[in-house]
Design a protein around this ligand. Structure first.
Ligand code: NAP
Length: 283
């Protein structure tokens, strides 16, 4: 979740993309157009590839076009290649979710290429691990802007299209840091928990607003830490025990992406809860 990290050569998120080639009839998102923010690595990359495996064409929105010196692995073009190698279609678009013009241009690019947007995953996230007393205002604002305002801007940009289509699914990726009263599952700082709590509340409000347009709005959070480039930035090898692969998040995101307001909407849930409630398989 912090773009400043360093990590090794593994590419965890590709695991969930194995076996993209499937019959169209078996694909849960066949013909859908999805926008996934934070798709250059981690959970966003895995969800984007998982959507492609289910037949969606995917707009990959994040800032990394090339790997920066000392920065985390992963670019939008690398994710596009993963999808294309597996027979899917992706549109990588550089986008900073905190910048309204950048978000507007990204959604315009999606509409120019595909003519519609059916699914939005607000996945982009950052965290900074400072105690409040040491948190510079700029860092506080960045965390709120990426995790919360970014979801607002991206949702606002796709709502007109979804409203016209009379269907859509918006998925916000949140965290148990929003709920826990102690430090949370990882030491991601108070600003992060505040932003994710805001994202949960945003979900409830937006679901009410968009129900009449048949647009589902849900919020998905991992029950366990998920092994991603961002998470590896935070933790040493010893702390990685028990981390999950992104697979369960991908399965849940596919399930939520297939909803509209006549199905599941207004729900804030962990991947484990969705798995149990809806029989989504896996462990
Ligand atoms: P990650 O590996 O650090 O990836 C974060 C993604 O967000 C990157 O693709 C990054 O792309 C993007 N991003 C950051 N700032 C952005 C901006 N201004 N505009 C556009 N994209 C931006 O994180 P992750 O672990 O996959 O986490 C993904 C989501 O899951 C986050 O919302 C996180 O809070 C949530 N989550 C993760 C865990 C976990 O255990 N991994 C637990 C709870 C919640 P660029 O740097 O290329 O822009």
């Amino acid at each position: 979740m912090d773009p400043r990290g360093i990590r090794g050569a593994d590419d965890f998120s590709d695991r969930s993309t194995v076996g993209l080639k499937r019959e169209k009839g078996e694909m849960k998102l066949h013909g859908k157009i999805a926008v996934v923010t934070g798709a250059s690595r981690g959970i966003g990359k895995a969800i984007a590839a998982g959507f492609a495996r289910e037949g969606a064409r995917v707009v990959l929105a994040a800032r990394s076009e090339v790997k920066r010196e000392g920065g985390l692995e992963g670019t939008i073009y690398e994710t596009a290649k993963v999808i294309e190698d597996l027979g899917g279609e992706a549109l990588p678009v550089r986008c900073d979710v905190t910048d309204e013009a950048s978000v507007g241009a990204m959604v315009q690019a999606a509409l120019s290429r595909f003519g519609r947007v059916d699914i939005l995953v607000n996945n982009a996230g950052v965290a900074f691990s400072y105690p409040v007393i040491e948190t510079p205002l700029k860092r506080w604002e960045t965390v709120l802007k990426v995790n919360l305002t970014g979801a607002f801007l991206c949702s606002k940009a796709v709502i007109p299209t979804m409203r016209e289509q009379k269907s859509g699914s918006i998925i916000n990726i949140s965290s148990l840091s929003a709920d826990e009263r102690d430090a949370g599952i990882v030491p991601t700082g108070v600003a992060y928990g505040v932003a994710k709590a805001g994202l949960d509340r945003f979900t409830y409000g937006l679901a009410v607003e968009l129900g009449k347009y048949n647009i589902a709005v849900n919020c998905l959070k991992p029950k366990e830490p998920v092994d991603t480039e961002g998470m590896r930035f935070w933790a040493g090898e010893a702390e990685r025990k028990g981390w999950a692969s992104p697979d369960k998040m991908v399965r849940c995101a596919v399930f939520l992406a297939a909803q509209n307001a006549s199905g599941v909407t207004g729900v804030v849930a962990t991947d484990e809860e969705l798995r149990l409630w809806h029989g989504l398989g896996g462990v």
